[in-house]
Design a protein around this ligand. Structure first.
Ligand code: SF4
Length: 376
């Protein structure tokens, strides 16, 4: 069995009571059957508290009116942990913020940027991210698993990392190349022509592909990039709302960037914002790269289960665009200023809303245009 983790994985330590946005509030914590069984069998003095604070019917922990877990005390510490120890924690609490993608004979473990500490670690990681794979004993066989498609997806993802981490090119061009590569790759999947995907991977690493994407980027800038992002951003309102304040943030961002200004003003403002980010050492090009690699590493190979590689790539690209729009609106609100903590905050808030709802992840993929050149 192969286990893969990103190089910053070991840097993570939960900061518990010091966390500004604890993971024990704002969403429902579902307990796994084995933990529920343990809670039911608890014999000590904490037995009655467990009985009272667990929603046995829905297999989850009860919450107070502020949607804080019933076991969370006022210092943001877990009372269950304090009273009956670390081993009492359910699988959700033990694993978070680890995210595990399961494939036949392999597990890919990432850290979710919905955790503020992880977002902080990733946003201060300025070197290109690498991944480490270790082999441990154990084999398994899945019934409906296509190992050939999985191998091709792994190959494509390696090339995507190479492209996305090519710092000789502006991130915008790297995004365009990644989009083009996966669009062509998807056509091969649709036509059941996986043998020709190697040619696609080669093509997108050649200078001619770069020149083409550069040309497309200029055309997209001049014509429809503004309308495209405006339309896609508006679609975020179709997602399930996990936190009230997220809806307000979306409304404010949309108003500032898309309702209060026209395409020309938006373009000028975007240029000014990007220049400000560069002049103030916000490392936005690098941080975009890290986010792109994060989304691609987490979701791209999941296409082995549904054959939808393109929508996963689009989701990665648009997620980074959405975060940029949120930052831009925040910068505007701050009278053209932004700091690292605000950047980290918008990253984890985006991730919390989008990545922690199966409905939202599915909906976001469905919202992606079938094929659209505006990513270039
Ligand atoms: S969000 Fe992250 S740092 Fe905060 S309490 Fe949860 S695991 Fe710990």
């Amino acid at each position: 069995m192969l286990y893969t983790i990103p190089d910053y994985y070991q840097k993570f330590h939960c900061i518990a009571g010091d966390c500004e946005e604890t993971c024990c509030a704002g969403w429902q914590i579902v307990a796994d059957p084995a933990s529920l069984k343990r809670y039911r069998r608890e014999k000590g003095p904490y037995r009655n508290t467990l009985k009272e604070k667990i929603d046995w019917k829905n297999s989850c922990f009860k919450q107070d009116e502020d949607r804080r877990c019933a076991f969370l005390n006022k210092d943001n510490l877990c009372e269950m942990y304090i009273n009956i120890g670390e081993k009492s924690l359910c699988r959700t609490c033990t694993r978070y913020p680890r995210h595990i993608e399961e494939f036949e004979d392999s597990r890919e473990i990432t850290l979710s940027v919905s955790c503020p500490e992880v977002a902080r670690i990733l946003m201060s990681h300025l070197e290109p991210v690498t991944f480490q794979t270790v082999e441990k004993e154990g084999e398994e066989e899945y019934e409906d698993f296509d190992p050939f498609l999985f191998d091709k997806l792994l190959d494509a993802r390696e090339v995507l990392y190479r492209i996305l981490q090519n710092r000789a090119l502006p991130v915008k061009i790297r995004m365009g190349l990644s989009y083009g590569l996966v669009r062509d790759f998807q056509r091969r999947i649709n036509h059941e022509d996986l043998f020709s995907t190697d040619g696609v991977l080669e093509k997108y690493q050649k200078p001619a592909a770069r020149a083409f994407v550069e040309k497309m980027t200029k055309a997209a800038e001049a014509e429809n990039a503004y309308l495209f992002i405006k339309e896609m951003f508006h679609k975020l309102f179709q997602l399930e709302l996990l936190r009230e304040d997220w809806g307000l943030l979306l409304l404010e961002t949309e108003k500032r960037l898309f309702l209060d200004m026209d395409a020309g003003t938006y373009r000028t403002l975007t240029e000014e914002f990007l220049q400000w980010m560069e002049e103030h050492d916000m490392h936005w090009e690098i941080r975009k790269e890290q986010l792109l690699v994060y989304f691609v590493s987490t979701y791209f190979c999941g296409a082995v289960y549904d054959g939808e590689a393109l929508s996963k790539m689009q989701m990665a690209l648009l997620s980074v665009d959405f975060v940029e729009e949120l930052l831009k609106a925040k910068w505007l609100r701050n009278e053209k200023s932004l700091d690292d903590e605000e950047l980290v905050e918008l990253v984890y808030r985006y991730s919390r809303e989008v990545e922690h709802s199966d409905y939202n992840l599915k909906k976001l993929e469905e919202m992606m245009p079938v094929e659209n050149g505006s990513f270039c």
